[in-house]
Design a protein. Structure first.
Length: 365
């Protein structure tokens, strides 16, 4: 059993009548055994397109992952001993653990009872976790949309109109949203309805996000709607003094269910006036994580995504780290490349589009 767990760093509106997106069910509580493993079962309904189970919260000083996941026939489809094998990926998560199916065409959602053996890494055993699930049923279209909610967290000083009242007139924001749509178009996905809101919480604290706990607490304010919520802030600092451009509650995010630390995406818009195209790319990339997409190859070579049509980049100079230049023509052109660059990372693969089309918050155009 692999206990060398590392945290991964890396959001629902109207649907046609034949499409049921993001139906939430409270699964109740599950208690671990003395080894820290809780056996979580959930039932996907007939006609299921995607199913997601999530458990927590269990705090930011605790990590959890899946020892294994079994499909409706009892087959192991994810094994922590070989986390990069097969068609499912499960990250190591603080506070909440989500498992989304599918994240690859090689493992589709199916009606019946699925099983998650969840390992909670804490000395306080046994412990109890609360779990829920979101299921989407209906048909899948080749052309889909994802509705977007933009929440402004005290960033009106960055641009003259960067708030909910004047958002539609803000040229930089609208350019960033247009760029997001352009990048997502290669997924077969368009930006659907866009709504705007000003953050009504502690703006002084959350306009500049410091650390994972503040990040998670901000995401908890996302609403229960069929949309992805982007929180726009002026800075993100995870504790090492370096600003980062964006951070997602995924992969995968908890789709269609607010109030969790995985219920949205935070975007640093400090440079939106000068570089709206960079904000577009970060929104497309971090939004892709929320929708269930992984890096094709991790920068530190720790893993690859479960898709067959995204390239695996090799460490040509054997220095233990990949660069965009090193992976030119072999991954860095993909928007989900870990250090995606404006002008270089411009596309998604067909399999990535397949995954997003089935996400609980995607719906046919």
């Amino acid at each position: 059993m692999n206990r060398a767990l590392l945290p991964m760093l890396i959001a629902l509106g109207g649907c046609p009548e034949n499409e049921v997106a993001g139906t939430f069910t409270d699964l109740g509580s599950f208690t671990t055994d003395a080894d820290g493993v809780a056996v979580v079962t959930w039932e996907a309904p007939e006609g299921v397109v995607s199913t997601e189970v999530f458990c927590g919260p269990y705090g930011y000083d605790t990590l959890a992952t899946a020892d294994d996941v079994k499909d409706v026939d009892g087959n192991v489809v994810y094994d922590d001993e070989a986390p990069s094998d097969g068609g499912l990926r499960v990250g190591v998560m603080d506070d909440m653990l989500p498992v989304l199916i599918p994240v690859s065409p090689s493992l589709e959602a199916a009606a019946g009872v699925w099983t998650l053996d969840m390992f909670v890494d804490t000395s306080d055993l046994p412990t109890t976790v609360s779990c829920g699930m979101v299921n989407r049923t209906g048909e899948v279209s080749a052309k889909n949309k994802v509705d977007v909610r933009i929440v402004f967290v005290g960033v009106d000083g960055i641009s003259e109109a960067l708030n909910a009242t004047s958002a539609e007139a803000d040229e930089s924001l609208q350019a960033a949203l247009a760029g997001l749509g352009d990048l997502w178009s290669s997924l077969g996905v368009s930006v659907g309805t866009v709504s705007y809101a000003d953050f009504d919480g502690d703006v002084d604290t959350y306009s500049s996000v410091s650390g994972y706990e503040e990040f998670g607490n901000l995401l908890r304010t996302a609403e229960d709607d069929a949309e992805i919520t982007f929180f726009l802030v002026s800075d993100i600092d995870l504790g090492d003094g370096a600003s980062i451009l964006g951070l997602s509650g995924g992969p995968p995010g908890i789709a269609g269910h607010g109030g969790t630390s995985k219920s949205g995406v935070v975007i640093n818009v400090a440079n939106i006036v000068d570089s709206p195209d960079q904000v577009s790319l970060i929104m497309a990339h971090e939004g892709g994580h929320f929708l269930g997409l992984y890096h094709p190859t991790e920068k530190d070579l720790s893993g690859v995504d479960p898709l067959e049509d995204t390239p695996v980049c090799e460490d040509a100079d054997a220095d233990g780290a990949l660069t965009s230049d090193e992976c030119a023509g072999n991954g860095s052109e993909n928007v989900m490349w870990p250090t995606a660059q404006v002008g270089t990372a411009t596309s998604f693969s067909d399999d990535q589009g397949w995954v997003v089309a089935r996400n609980p918050i995607a719906s046919p155009e």
